[in-house]
Design a binder for this molecule. Structure first.
Ligand code: NAP
Length: 474
């Protein structure tokens, strides 16, 4: 079936880490000749590495180098600015590919389901993250940074990202690739206190060690942890002493160290509060306060859960970020498990609601397993899925497309007037962003609107065409 003249054609929907790891595994095997077409809704690739990883974490973003190597494979094509379900449908995929891998991540946020959750001033952390990273969907949002106190709900790494970005000084932010509008707004922020709220105790927090430690290393923000809140209930203590969870042990040590720090005179403070669940956001026209119930840890179905007590507290706060996890959304025409917010699958093979395997369809990353793990978690995940793709190739269990040619897909997109962005186009944009940034001593100045991105690519191409041939060829 697969040879240089009739290669195995695979479409990947999405271009984040799991998409690139899947592409890499398929290119690295030597049994089949594979062509990969990667479709992405935005003109820019790399998913959450560009739009999610915090701007002050440039090292994490360096994984892009590996994705660039994958993209340089002769059989790789990127089609940016192409929306699945609108510009290309599931039926189109079936007509042009032997297999499709959905790698669309988890594109929305989870809800708490409490009164006042939707009041102005209450935002999903995912929106704030998209905003400061210059994601076109979020760049026009507004956050009232004139407030003095903000509450970040959740004890995961996104909550630490949000707390850091709110606590950084203008100088610290300037060194990053934070989007210009967010740099401007955060540099004028009036925020003095950032409360990070966990519904369970310090032992159950989901922070990774380095992310928690970093909260104590801010240039002009103090970290406050009340020693009394680190006193463990018997269940948490037993769990910690079992040595089962090294990350929790180290986090607990870090929090203890934070609690012992003498008063620091800093412009801002990050206050960590545990065992408190939001029960209501209070306010008339906008959030004015958050009411929480104090919890105790209890065991429910072998799980250390937050159980409410009769004690309540209210914190005045004009801004709230709900950082309680991402959530997957359905793709038009594609199987979906609404309860788990994932594409139902067996180790990556997409199945129907009744559990029957759907030929030629696969899932990787967060839309396969839910929004958990760090970037590297997507590597074994993608390996698992692509191993099944290859098993199905060997067994002849893939789709039989009527038009298995790259030219046919490009013809179709052009006929529909879809202005797709190639990988070479993206490289132009990437260079322009870096050059614009370097000109003002920053690592990158991002484009944050799709129209501006397309216009910049077009303008660059026009300039190249106008150049004398010997210059344009360089
Ligand atoms: P997360 O790690 O799943 O954390 C979600 C937090 O929200 C948990 O503390 C959870 O508490 C809490 N929560 C859930 N529902 C709640 C409710 N109704 N009320 C109050 N609290 C609630 O999610 P995330 O922070 O969005 O991160 C997503 C993934 O991306 C994670 O795997 C994370 O490690 C990764 N990530 C990594 C980095 C990095 O490596 N630097 C940066 C950002 C994100 P319970 O534990 O009690 O459920």
């Amino acid at each position: 079936m697969s040879s240089a003249s009739s290669p195995l054609r695979v479409a990947i929907i999405g271009s984040g880490p799991s998409a690139f790891y899947a592409a890499d595994f398929l290119f690295k095997q030597t049994d089949w000749d594979v062509e990969i077409d990667m479709f992405e809704r935005l003109p820019t690739p790399f998913g959450l590495v560009r739009g999610g990883v915090a701007p002050d974490h440039p090292k994490i973003k360096s994984v892009i180098k590996a994705y660039e190597r994958t993209a340089s494979h002769a059989n790789f094509r990127f089609y940016g600015n192409v929306t699945f379900g609108r510009d290309i449908t599931r039926a189109d995929i079936q007509a042009h590919y032997h297999a499709v891998i959905y790698a669309v991540g988890a594109q929305t946020d989870r809800q708490m389901g409490i009164p006042g959750e939707d009041l102005p001033g209450s935002h999903a952390a995912t929106e704030f993250v998209g905003w400061y990273n210059g994601h076109p969907d979020f760049r026009d949002l507004e956050f009232d940074l004139s407030q003095e106190r903000v509450v970040v709900i959740g004890n995961g790494n996104v909550a630490t990202d949000v707390a850091r970005m709110l606590a950084r000084t203008p100088d610290e932010l300037y060194q990053t690739d934070i989007a210009p509008h967010a740099l401007d707004a955060l540099s004028r922020s009036n925020i003095k206190e950032i409360i990070v709220l966990g519904r369970r105790g310090p032992v159950q927090a989901k922070f990774t060690n380095s992310e928690l430690k970093e909260l104590g290393e801010m240039a002009d923000a103090a970290i406050i942890v009340d020693l009394a809140e680190l006193k463990l209930d018997p269940l948490s203590e037993e769990f910690l002493l079992s040595g089962e969870d090294r990350i929790a042990e180290r986090n607990y040590q870090t929090l203890t160290r934070f609690s012992e720090q003498p008063d620091q005179h800093r412009a801002r403070k990050i206050v960590m509060r545990f065992l408190r669940s939001p029960v209501e956001l209070i306010g008339t026209d906008r959030v004015e306060a958050i009411r929480v119930v104090k919890n105790e840890i209890c065991e429910r179905a072998h799980f250390l859960s937050p159980c409410p007590t009769e004690d309540f507290e209210t914190y005045p706060a004009g801004l709230v970020f709900r950082s309680i996890g991402y959530q997957g959304v359905p793709l038009p025409g594609v199987s979906f498990d609404a309860e788990r917010s994932i594409i139902p699958n067996e180790q990556g093979r997409v199945v129907t609601e009744n559990g029957e395997v759907i030929r030629g369809e696969y899932a990787v990353g967060w839309i396969k397993r839910g929004p958990s793990g760090i970037i590297g978690t997507n590597k074994p995940d993608a390996q698992e899925t692509t191993t099944l793709v290859l098993e199905d190739v060997a067994a002849g269990n893939l789709l039989a497309p009527a038009k298995p040619a790259r030219s046919a897909v490009e013809h179709m997109l052009k006929q529909r007037g879809t202005r797709y962005v190639t990988y070479e186009d993206w490289q132009i944009l990437d260079r322009i962003e870096i050059e614009r940034g370097q000109a003002i001593g920053r690592p990158r100045l991002k484009f944050t609107r799709v129209d501006d991105m397309l216009a910049a690519i077009d303008a660059h191409k026009r300039e190249r065409l106008a150049e004398p041939a010997h210059l344009a060829a360089r």
